[in-house]
Design a binder for this molecule. Structure first.
Ligand SMILES: Nc1ncnc2c1ncn2[C@@H]1O[C@H](COP(=O)(O)OP(=O)(O)OP(=O)(O)O)[C@@H](O)[C@H]1O
Length: 329
């Protein structure tokens, strides 16, 4: 994972109260965002939540009905050209022409960016090398695999040297290996060039792997935002597991923690916990005060799948989960 370049990094994207309706249908209902420069932000949400609509608004493709946003310091509606000059958008291969070769696609993009033929050729060669597409440079894109096409799409976005890149589901449909390659490329962009990435994804693992911060969008509202760890702590299911050297230790500890579940065979005690440092410290203090020694301690937090399903109301079980979440928030 990446960290902001500095603790006081300037915001790359800010938004307040972004709303969008189509007829009677409210697609976005007051979205607030604050994304520091040089970070990866992931917008997660089920189908139809409004992710693509958010990207379309922030990249000036469509306009919001209400709200304000600044992109790279420019007002989204008042300074459209400056915003467009600062961003790149990679979506569903929108920019790629399948009948052209990879090199021709990149040259076309260079022309659109007003690069000279010479600079265009240099940039094209550099990007083909970087994305390991040099051997395929002269082949028409129709012969490309899905992974190669995605890479070319991102390479085309980079011709214009954008400071902020919107990636709308960049790895949907890719096999695990191509997905990992794409992740490395995305991480590299942030680490080497300090660009800001606004990513939408339906893969929780992708958000977990890449994003500094994740926001969960549901029915047009952000229902939670934080680091992957913060989100995981939002929902119940986390626990601390203590293992003891003998049955005596286990029994003494079990008496100290009323709500803990014990496993006498494994000599373990499972204490419900959000896994945060203060609660961990409190558990250790209780053990210390009673002079009970644990052999090992492990913290278990729910994974992002649990969080997503709970937050978006798609959990299969656990009717009480949502109200517990409300209390946790
Ligand atoms: N031009 C449009 N006219 C009417 N409704 C639209 C239009 N564009 C999007 N919508 C509706 O807005 C809602 C949000 O769509 P959006 O594409 O932003 O969702 P999404 O989160 O990106 O979903 P997915 O993961 O399926 O791409 C959907 O119900 C969609 O049908």
């Amino acid at each position: 994972m990446t960290m902001p370049n500095t603790p006081t990094a300037a915001p790359a994207i800010t938004a307040t109260g972004l709303s969008k309706s189509y007829g009677d249908k409210k697609v976005l209902d007051g979205i607030d965002l604050h994304i520091p420069e040089g970070t990866i932000f992931a917008l997660l949400g089920p189908n139809g939540a409004g992710k693509t609509t958010t990207v379309q608004i922030l990249s000036t493709l469509i306009s919001a009905n209400a709200g304000q946003a600044r992109i790279a310091g420019h007002d989204l509606t008042g300074e459209v050209d400056a915003v467009r000059g600062a961003i790149g958008v990679t979506g569903q291969f929108a920019a790629v022409d399948n009948l052209l070769t990879a090199h021709e696609n990149l040259m076309l993009m260079s022309d659109l960016q007003h690069l000279s033929r010479r600079d265009g050729r240099r940039r094209s060669a550099e990007l083909l090398r970087r994305f390991e597409l040099t051997d395929a440079a002269k082949r028409p894109v129709t012969t490309f695999s899905g992974g190669m096409r995605r890479k070319l799409d991102l390479a085309m976005t980079l011709v214009g040297d954008p400071r902020i890149i919107f990636l709308d589901e960049p790895t949907t449909g890719l096999d695990p290996r191509s997905r990992r390659t794409m992740w490395e490329i995305i991480r590299g962009l942030v680490a080497d060039e300090g660009v800001t990435i606004f990513l939408t994804t339906q893969y929780l693992e992708e958000a977990d792997q890449l994003a500094d911060r994740i926001a969960v969008l549901d029915h047009g509202k952000l229902v939670a935002e934080g680091t992957a760890d913060e989100l995981k702590r939002l929902i119940p299911g986390g626990h601390i597991r203590l293992r003891f050297g003998d049955a005596n230790g286990l029994e003494t500890a079990a008496d100290l923690f009323g709500s803990a579940a014990r496993d006498s065979e494994e000599l373990t005690l499972q204490i419900p916990s959000d896994g945060s440092i203060p609660t961990l410290r409190a558990v250790l203090d209780v053990l210390d005060n009673a002079s009970v020694k644990a052999e090992s301690l492990t913290v278990h937090t729910p994974d992002l799948d649990d969080v997503f399903l709970t937050l978006t109301g798609q959990a299969q079980s656990g009717a009480g989960t949502n109200s517990q979440l409300e209390n946790a928030r």
